[in-house]
Design a protein around this ligand. Structure first.
Ligand code: 5GP
Ligand code: MG
Ligand code: MG
Length: 171
């Protein structure tokens, strides 16, 4: 399927570097662990951490939501084998996109329950008009319209993650 570019590579690069600078300022001298939610956030993770020029750790969390026929209910499956040790760490949870907010809200609670000192959130993208759970990300790259996006880590049926830009699938 063709993909129409929504956010070009250079814009992603510039904005993620900017966010990295903000994170570095906010977390200087703190025991920061950036916990990325796989698989979608792998590219933003790689670009973000190289712009956070204060000492920090990287953790990975594999979570996927399986939605049934109803788009409003979903079950979040967390792979505990990968889960990082976050005890007494200031955690910045990083996801590719905030849609309904269910994933991020559930994972904030999950990380807090695992003994983190603090938990904040960062998302590359935030879709307008879709949120059902009241959660405000502490860092947000771009606000986008309500369309299904792929690329820069985001998939459609596990394809398109490798694209260097964020785009909209055309049918
Ligand atoms: P939420 O729990 O906020 O509804 O959904 C967040 C998750 O749904 C994201 O981590 C992502 O995996 C997936 N998702 C939501 N919207 C999109 C989209 O437009 N494109 C892709 N590829 N994934 C999406
Ligand atoms: Mg995801
Ligand atoms: Mg996906």
């Amino acid at each position: 399927m063709p993909v129409e570019v929504l956010i070009p590579e250079a814009a992603l690069h510039d904005r993620v570097r900017e966010l990295g600078g903000e994170v570095a300022r906010d977390y200087a001298g703190k025991p920061l662990t950036i916990v990325a939610i796989l698989t979608g956030s792998l590219m933003v993770l790689a670009d973000l951490v190289r712009a956070v020029d204060v000492p920090h750790r990287i953790g990975l969390l594999h979570a996927s939501s399986y939605r049934g026929a109803s788009t409003t209910s979903s079950t979040l499956i967390i792979n505990e084998n990968l889960a990082p040790d976050v005890v007494d760490r200031d955690v910045l949870l990083l996801d590719d996109i905030l849609d309904t907010g269910q994933t991020l809200a559930a994972l904030v609670d999950h990380i807090a329950a695992r003994g983190a000192k603090s938990v904040k959130t960062a998302v590359l993208l935030r879709k307008v008009g879709r949120q059902t759970v009241p959660i405000e990300p502490d860092y947000c790259g771009f606000t986008i319209p309500d369309a299904f996006v792929v690329g820069y880590g985001l998939d459609y049926d596990d394809d398109y993650r490798h694209l260097p830009y964020v785009g909209v699938l055309q049918d």
